[in-house]
Ligand binder design. Structure first.
Ligand SMILES: Cc1cc2nc3c(=O)[nH]c(=O)nc-3n(C[C@H](O)[C@H](O)[C@H](O)COP(=O)(O)O)c2cc1C
Length: 400
């Protein structure tokens, strides 16, 4: 028989007192349900967005990340002072994580001749200078490792964004199948076994160099219609070998790349994968396959799925609106039981706060808002009522 306090007999034996306590309890239960749903409002002075996150041995001071953004400002893949100041400013601005732009694992994996790269040892020195600066500012330095596949060999957006022929400084592109992104472009070469092995070892060597440079987070780029996404989607992968056809076959290359990277990326450092959760096209890659893939990636040592979408084909209709990709992060987090990052038109501090507080994602990644405002985290903290440390050099500007 359960133990009952002596005073409980008084309550149960008196109908008036019983009614009073019963209705109080019912109201309490109702209130707590409401309160947990509205948790993000009630935490006003302890915003979820500014709660540190620890993944493996790496601690992020808040949940705000600079999403990878191509700067098309390199020569021969080298980082320079543009990258130092661009990434460095966002670290000064308070980001918890600063992820470099898509950093090519091989020259043919660049989107444009001006991409940042990490395919040779000489690239490491400047990157490590940038990494040190980011860490001095309290940000975790991350790098996105990328291969552009059939979307390589173009000029940057501000130079026209057109396919580059060999005469214009372009190169032969590679892909799962010989199908170009735009019908009018020359066809990419379908990778053979040797080519596939080179892709895997290029990613692995790039990860080794990233480690030498001091990065603490590596993100494999498997989104936006670049090489690894091209393998995943049945729209761009028409192979009949063990890398095409079934979900298992289409996922083979990303899993091989992930294993190869995890082999050299220390267990105590986080590994992220950015995916396009859907192609937004009938019969393309979809959310259900993304959940299945996320489970496999988790089994292979991936810590967080960065949930973007689209980019595989030019004719997709994407319903772009505020937070339009947050649902993917929420679904994958819930169904694959893995940490996720939400990205895409997250602009206001309150929106970012709500995503984290409602447990829809563990991180929010901002791209264009960070280009407009490198100090987004400092300002967001103020708006949400979090008292965070400013860089001492800027402290006199902090409003109390
Ligand atoms: C200038 C620019 C460059 C970008 N380059 C990359 C990139 O290198 N890798 C990547 O995964 N996404 C890239 N993106 C996509 C962003 O990371 C982000 O997913 C997208 O812009 C949506 O977020 P936003 O609405 O906050 O801008 C780029 C976006 C912009 C605006």
């Amino acid at each position: 028989m359960p133990f009952l306090e002596p005073w409980s007999f008084i309550i149960f034996s008196n109908p008036l007192i019983f009614f009073y306590y019963g209705s109080k309890r019912a109201a309490g239960l109702l209130f707590s349900k409401f309160a947990s749903e509205k948790n993000y409002i009630m935490r006003k002075n302890n915003p979820a967005l500014f709660t540190p996150l620890k993944i493996k041995s790496v601690e992020f001071r808040n949940r705000i990340a600079v999403s990878p953004m191509c700067m098309y400002s390199s020569e021969d893949g080298f980082a320079n002072n543009w990258h130092l100041v661009h990434l460095g400013s966002r670290a000064v601005g308070g980001a918890g994580l600063v992820i470099s732009e898509a950093t090519a694992v091989s020259p043919e994996g660049r989107i444009t001749p001006d991409d940042l790269g990490i395919w040779k040892d000489e690239h490491v020195e400047k990157l490590s200078e940038i990494v040190s600066f980011l860490e001095q500012q309290g940000s975790v330095p991350g790098i996105q490792l990328a291969h552009a596949g059939r979307k390589a060999s173009t000029s940057s957006s501000w130079k026209g964004g057109k396919f580059l022929s060999a005469n214009d400084g372009g190169w032969q592109t590679v892909a799962p199948s010989a199908i170009p992104f735009y019908d009018e472009n020359p066809a990419p070469t379908a990778l053979n076994q040797e080519g596939l092995e080179k892709v895997v070892s290029d990613f692995q060597n790039a990860a080794k160099r990233a480690l030498k440079a001091g990065f603490k987070v590596a993100e494999i780029h498997a989104a936006h219609g670049y090489l690894l996404h091209e393998f995943l989607s049945p729209l761009s992968n028409k192979r009949s070998d063990e890398y095409g056809g079934s979900f298992e076959n289409r996922s083979r290359l990303i899993l091989e790349v992930t294993k190869a990277v995890r082999e050299v990326w220390p267990q105590e450092f986080p590994l992220f994968v950015r995916i396009s959760a859907t192609d937004w096209v009938q019969d393309g890659w979809n959310e259900e396959e993304s959940v299945k893939l996320a489970k496999l990636l988790k089994e292979n040592g991936v810590d967080l799925i960065d949930c973007s979408s689209g980019g595989l084909v030019p004719h997709a209709t994407i319903p772009i609106k505020k937070g339009y990709q947050v649902g993917f992060a929420e679904k994958i987090k819930a169904e694959a039981d893995i940490l996720t990052g939400a990205v895409g038109l997250i602009i206001e501090p309150e929106e970012a706060e709500e995503i984290v507080a409602k447990n829809q994602a563990d991180l929010v990644l901002l791209a264009r808002e960070f280009l407009r405002n490198p100090y987004f985290p400092l300002e967001a903290a103020q708006k949400l009522g979090a008292d965070i440390k400013w860089p001492p050099q800027y402290e006199r500007a902090k409003r109390s």
